[in-house]
Design a protein around this ligand. Structure first.
Ligand code: TRP
Ligand code: SF4
Length: 328
């Protein structure tokens, strides 16, 4: 029985943090055994918002691949590639653009949100408006059934499905598989300051974090705001530190913390030291693997060349079919 195909990508916009691991990568890693997985670096997508400062994209792409490899994305199981190595995506993107109403793109909620969020950047460019069309090309070019994404990407996927339906309808052929979002149930992990974890807020723990930063960073973390003194009882349910314990600590440690916190028997420092120990244990082997890959891999394009050839060959077949129905 052949495995269902999965495609997903990430933009190379900076170092990954522990939130990316639990929010997306862990799912990607788990899927490697049960699905035929294709994971790519969305470097063209990075340009849609960063076209004014493209100088970091190459280095960030390499760093993203190293992050993936170090957490356990395995190129013997999954096909890993750079989006820009596959020019068939660009052709399909252009052709899909022919059937995509501009109003669908303008109405996309993520389009409006990001336009507002990044109001310090000029992203009134055509490439940014077309972001979901490019995403559609990424996915349908490989006949992917599933796309593992976070909730923030669901509107894009919905748009992809509409574009696919319109194309299939107009040319009365089932050329494209309609992709389905496979939602990553993201466990709640807030940044150190209690806001959303984000590189731009400088409130995260990186997968490649210097281990000596872990303890000081965790000591800074926001706790249950009602627990001011050690003699105040706290509530782990509203404490961001405890969200991390849920993922990293043992059952008996969690019991100890819940009991100690709610009865004011332990202090937050003790609680945070237990967490620091686990975060260090978690990151140490990841950082070690990264060091090995860093020395082994010089040129990422060379390292990825056979998977990139494979993806190009598959893509060419699909694009041939599309050219045919469009009489090109
Ligand atoms: N838009 C995704 C993000 O910002 C990245 C992405 C690009 C992607 N193309 C994709 C994800 C195709 C899934 C499938 O995270
Ligand atoms: Fe949070 Fe731990 Fe302090 Fe309780 S003891 S408030 S769980 S940091």
């Amino acid at each position: 029985m052949s495995k269902a195909r999965v495609v997903s990508g990430m933009r190379p916009t900076g170092d990954l943090h522990i939130g990316h691991y639990y929010g997306a990568l862990k799912n990607w890693i788990d899927m490697q055994n049960d699905y035929d997985c294709y994971y790519f670096v969305a470097d063209w997508h990075a340009l849609t918002t960063n076209y004014q400062s493209p100088e970091n994209i190459k280095a960030s792409s390499k760093s993203l691949i190293l992050d993936w490899l170090s957490v356990g994305i395995d190129i013997n199981k999954s096909t890993v590639y750079l989006q820009s190595s596959n020019k068939f995506i660009a052709e399909l993107y252009l052709l899909l653009g022919m059937v995509t109403p501009v109003s669908w793109l303008e109405r996309c909620p993520t389009y409006k949100d990001v336009l507002q969020e990044l109001n310090d950047k000029d992203i009134n460019n055509y490439g940014f408006l077309g972001y979901p069309v490019l995403m559609t090309a990424d996915v349908v070019i490989l006949d992917a059934q599933y796309v593992p994404v976070g909730v923030d990407q669901v509107p894009h996927l919905e748009l992809s499905r509409e574009i696919v339906r319109r194309f299939n309808y107009l040319y009365s052929e089932n050329i494209f598989v309609e992709p389905q979002a496979k939602l990553t149930s993201t466990p709640k992990l807030l940044g150190l300051d209690g806001r959303k974890m984000s590189k731009s807020y400088n409130n995260s723990i990186l997968l490649n974090e210097d281990l000596k930063n872990i303890e000081p960073k965790i000591k800074q973390m926001i706790t249950d705001p009602k627990r001011i003194r050690k003699t105040d009882a706290g509530d782990p349910k509203v404490c961001p530190v405890y969200d991390y314990h849920k993922l990293l600590s043992t059952d008996s440690e969690k019991e100890y913390i819940v009991d100690g916190c709610t009865k004011a028997l332990i202090g937050c420092i003790e609680c945070k030291l237990i967490l620091s120990k686990h975060v260090i244990e978690f990151l140490e082997p990841i950082k070690e693997r990264r060091r090995v890959f860093e020395t082994d891999i010089d040129d990422i394009e060379v390292f990825l060349s056979s998977s990139q050839t494979k993806v190009n060959d598959m893509s060419e077949q699909l694009v041939e079919k599309v050219r045919k129905v469009l009489k090109i």
